[in-house]
Design a protein around this ligand. Structure first.
Ligand SMILES: [Ca+2]
Ligand SMILES: [Ca+2]
Length: 461
């Protein structure tokens, strides 16, 4: 072979390597306190939302707005597309492909569950669909609808999936942000239970603000709780925007966004009522009372939002007749009763000044993990604060104890946290856009690492 041809072939080989290379942010280092080292694994993702461990130690990530599921090798940043789903309906903040879960028997069945918003004629809906992973082609195919026709909208979808040790599939569904903002005059139905007639007609309109429990085929499990005399997919009631759902052994943890106070960490039990919209956090009448805006005369014309205006009828938390509700095991955090939610140094972004963190996911740090200080903790990702919060658990693993400890703050919105199997690296995916706090705790709308996978590696003993 001539020198010229060798050079041409070498150039072609170099171009082929370039073409196969992922979009790396050049392994950019993220300033992080010792003994951790932070780095950008990959950027260029379109609103990554859900992240799990797939086969071959790859991270499987949904791109909410990209309408894709991808596999990323966290060691190299190499990226492959597993699925493109053009039928997904997307929106600026809440709609698109959300969470995903592998079937418990994935090793033999190759089944994967996704949930996403879609259009059913003129109506926006939410579904769970199941796909089969082809190990040869590395693609997801053979889609099968598991649960369709769940209500959807432009706010608060929830959207996490988790399999329990009982083999059932759990799905967190938000209340669509009704009774707040642009949806202020629509009734909040987080407390409404499905009727027998609705269940018979497969009308799932009451599934908002609930956590559902399904068989792997989408049926109603025979041992689901009977609520209001009716058995349905509903497992728990009274949630706002539950974006974190995780089994630790047989204990089901959930995090959800509070209103202007009290984000919550809950332990879910069958048939439990978690209080929303009558209670935020604890039943303590602190900085929250329920105003049913749908019942306010000429609601559309009444100015302002739900920050407890004196001239509207409200239900105090302690006046809510049900006493069987389930308290969270931790809130973060409760605002002072007389705090003026509008009077903030943050102006139009006043909510960034509140003590809530906007929890978007959770993971568990095991009791035998290498980071001793982290053992037996729940780790929660925060959108508003671009940070992780660690909640140490009690010995029985059912109660939070002590204060939350904050880690890895950057000028981003952290969408999901996932801890590596060896307990040494903590992975985070970030939103592409939105409101958050920068390194100085000031309002920020320019994300430092938009649409990225970040890694924080433990370098201690
Ligand atoms: Ca609650
Ligand atoms: Ca409260």
């Amino acid at each position: 072979m001539s020198f010229k041809w060798r050079m041409i072939l070498r150039s072609l080989a170099f171009l082929a390597i370039l073409a196969a290379s992922p979009l790396l942010a050049a392994g950019e280092e993220i300033p992080t306190a010792e003994p951790f080292v932070g780095r950008v694994v990959i950027d260029g993702l379109e609103s990554p939302w859900g992240m799990i461990w797939g086969p071959e130690d790859k991270l499987w990530i949904t791109e909410r707005q990209g309408k894709r599921v991808i596999a990323v090798d966290p060691a190299t940043g190499q990226k492959e597309t597993l699925l493109e789903a053009p039928e997904v309906k997307i929106g600026p903040q809440h709609e698109g492909i959300l969470g995903l879960a592998l079937a418990p028997d994935f090793a033999s069945s190759n089944l994967v569950y996704l949930n996403y918003t879609y259009m059913d004629g003129e109506a926006e809906k939410h579904k769970i669909a199941r796909y089969k992973y082809d190990k040869e082609t590395k693609k997801l195919g053979e889609p099968k609808d598991i649960l369709t026709g769940v209500p959807a909208g432009n706010d608060h979808q929830g959207g996490r999936l988790a399999f329990g040790p009982d083999g059932s599939l759990y799905f967190s569904k938000g209340e669509l942000g009704h009774n707040q903002g642009g949806n202020r005059c629509k009734p909040n139905e987080a407390q409404r239970l499905p009727t027998a007639k609705e269940v018979a007609a497969k009308d799932w309109s009451a599934y908002v603000g609930k956590v559902l429990r399904l068989t792997p085929d989408g049926e109603i499990p025979t041992d689901n709780p009977v609520l209001g005399g009716v058995k349905s997919h509903v497992y728990t009631v009274g949630h706002r925007n539950p974006q974190g759902l995780l089994f630790v052994g047989s204990v089901l943890f959930e995090v959800e966004h509070g209103p202007s106070t009290d984000d919550e960490l809950n332990v879910l039990v069958p048939g439990g009522n978690y209080g929303w919209p009558y209670i935020a956090g604890y039943q303590d009448d602190q900085a929250y009372a329920y105003i049913d805006w749908a019942k306010v005369k000429n609601c559309e014309k009444v100015p302002g939002d739900a920050y407890l205006p004196d001239d509207q009828p409200k239900v105090l938390e302690t006046k809510w007749p049900r006493k069987d509700y389930r308290e969270p095991i931790r809130t973060f955090y409760t605002m002072p009763t007389f705090y003026d939610f509008k009077d903030s140094k943050f102006g139009a972004l006043a909510y960034l000044g509140w003590a809530t963190i906007a929890p978007s996911s959770l993971d568990y740090y095991p009791a035998d993990g290498p980071i001793k200080a982290w053992r037996n903790s729940i780790v929660i990702s925060s959108l508003k604060n671009g940070a992780l919060y660690r909640a140490p658990l009690s010995g029985d693993g059912k109660q939070a104890q002590g204060d939350l400890i904050k880690y890895f703050h950057t000028a981003n919105r952290y969408r999901q946290v996932l801890i590596a199997k060896d307990g040494k690296t903590i992975y985070v995916i970030t939103d592409n856009a939105g409101n958050g706090l920068d390194e100085n705790g000031l309002p920020n709308q320019t994300m430092k690492n938009p649409g990225s996978l970040l890694a924080f590696e433990y370098k201690g003993e």
